[in-house]
Design a protein around this ligand. Structure first.
Ligand code: GLU
Length: 447
């Protein structure tokens, strides 16, 4: 088999069948590039339409979400749930509420989720959903009415054995509460395993809030330790200031690093003496303000309006904001400034060009499907607790998370070595995630 032309053929079909979805093309093309290594050794993975089936969602749901704003006006948004692959378990993945959401974005996120969830080692399939609803500036009651309308349609498509949504950008504890309330009211049942990221008194898990950020730092620790380095004393850039960034900052600093910059879409804050996490959490999560407000309430921090966070000097960079926030030029800046490690806390924050620069400049790079898998892994631990009507301690759950992240690192590193590309964690994670899903798909027949 001529692997290169076979893979090229698959990709051309993808472009044709999914026109106008550049983020989905990007996510698929990255996985296909890794699969060349697999197909050279094991060409049977191209048989029986496996690649075509893997890149075609099992089900895509698009629905109208009408709601009434505080002025009494009707607003109409679009809701999505892409149920991508359920070969390993019920569809699992978050909901994103952001004006940039469209079908292509949800498909890219759902596709990534398949391999990420496979890497966790837990029995969860891949899915993703959301809406182009913009939560920014909305009142609490508007958020509630929107969530209730969204769930009124989504309810018939989800369930603890079917599809288990959770949070993502724009969807946190408050939104999960309103969504769960409406689900419970509509079904007349308290089935806690239907959503994850719930409040602690009604089926939520300790550590779930912290898990994506903590997990990304645990992964970074493993990657550094494999070179004899450690976070203690290191300078770290963490972009973003949402749920992932906040807890990545907290854990990195707990381990003795100094977080020298964080950001939001308006600019970045440089913090040469480190970040006051309590203040940041209060500003972002309680008062729902912007990062520019952080500098008004503390000393030694400066706000760079519209600035480029990647021009900061550091040893480690953790992009934790959103897709394609770090391009080739930014990657060169990081390399010139001495960054040695990059791990993605967000989903696909580094462009293809950025990843090429990291490779050329010998920077260790951890892709999101490995480095940010801690969130969904802890969601699966929440499902386990719900199924057994139990709740675990913080220490026990955190240890489970740490072990999962260590195993993902080992698995990605070992797989990269097996395919003769040592320390290529992109190839390692893609292949390790893929093989488990592909073997299960082969075992379960052409579905
Ligand atoms: N949205 C998160 C992710 O990108 C978590 C999903 C979940 O917990 O189901 O993996």
């Amino acid at each position: 088999m001529d692997v290169d032309s076979t893979v090229k053929g698959f990709y051309e079909q993808i472009l044709q069948r999914n026109a106008g979805e550049p983020e989905f093309h990007q996510a698929v093309s990255e996985v296909l590039a890794s699969l060349r290594y697999v197909l050279r050794k094991d060409p049977h993975y191209a048989d029986n339409g496996l690649i075509q089936r893997l890149t075609e969602p099992e089900r895509q749901i698009i629905f109208r979400v009408p709601w009434i704003d505080d002025q009494g006006q009707v607003q109409v948004n679009r809701g999505f749930r892409v149920q991508f692959n359920s070969v390993l378990g019920p569809y699992k993945g978050g909901l994103r509420f952001h004006p940039s959401v469209n079908l292509g974005i949800i498909k890219f996120l759902g596709f990534e989720q398949i391999f990420k969830n496979s890497l966790t080692g837990l029995p969860i399939g891949g899915g993703k959903g959301g809406s182009d609803f913009d939560p920014k500036g909305k009142s609490d009651m508007e958020i509630m009415r929107f969530c209730q309308s969204f769930m009124t349609e989504l309810e018939r498509h989800i369930g603890d054995k079917v599809d288990v949504p959770a949070g993502d950008i724009g969807v946190g504890g408050r939104e999960i509460g309103y969504l769960f309330g409406q689900y419970r009211r509509m079904t007349g049942r308290h089935v806690s395993g239907t959503l994850t990221g719930k409040g602690l008194t009604w089926g939520g898990s300790l550590v779930r809030t912290e898990a994506t950020g903590y997990g990304c730092v645990y992964f970074t620790q493993e990657m550094m330790a494999s070179r004899g380095d450690r976070l203690h004393g290191a300078k770290v850039i963490i972009s973003g200031s949402g749920n992932v960034a906040i807890y990545a900052i907290e854990k990195a600093q707990e381990l003795g690093a100094t977080v020298v910059a964080f950001s939001d879409s308006s600019g970045y804050v440089s913090t040469p003496d480190g970040v006051d996490v309590e203040l940041l959490r209060d500003i972002k999560e309680v008062r729902r303000l912007r990062v520019s407000d952080y500098v008004k309430e503390t000393n030694g921090a400066t706000f760079h309006k519209g600035g480029n966070i990647w021009e900061t000097e550091a040893d480690v960079a953790l992009p934790c904001a959103t897709q394609n926030e770090l391009d080739g030029e930014a990657a060169k800046l990081l390399a010139d400034h001495g960054v040695k490690y990059v791990a993605e806390g967000a989903n696909m924050p580094c462009t293809h060009d950025a990843i090429q620069v990291f490779k050329k400049r010998k920077i260790d790079f951890a892709p999101g499907k490995a480095a940010n898998a801690g969130g969904v892994a802890t969601s699966a631990l929440e499902m386990q607790q719900n199924a057994s009507r139990d709740s675990w301690t913080f220490e026990y759950t955190d240890k489970r998370l740490r072990d999962i992240m260590r195993n993902i690192f080992k698995n990605a590193a070992r797989t990269a070595e097996d395919y003769d590309v040592p320390r290529d964690f992109v190839v390692g994670a893609n292949i390790a995630g893929f093989k488990k899903v592909a073997d299960a798909m082969i075992a379960q027949g052409v579905i």
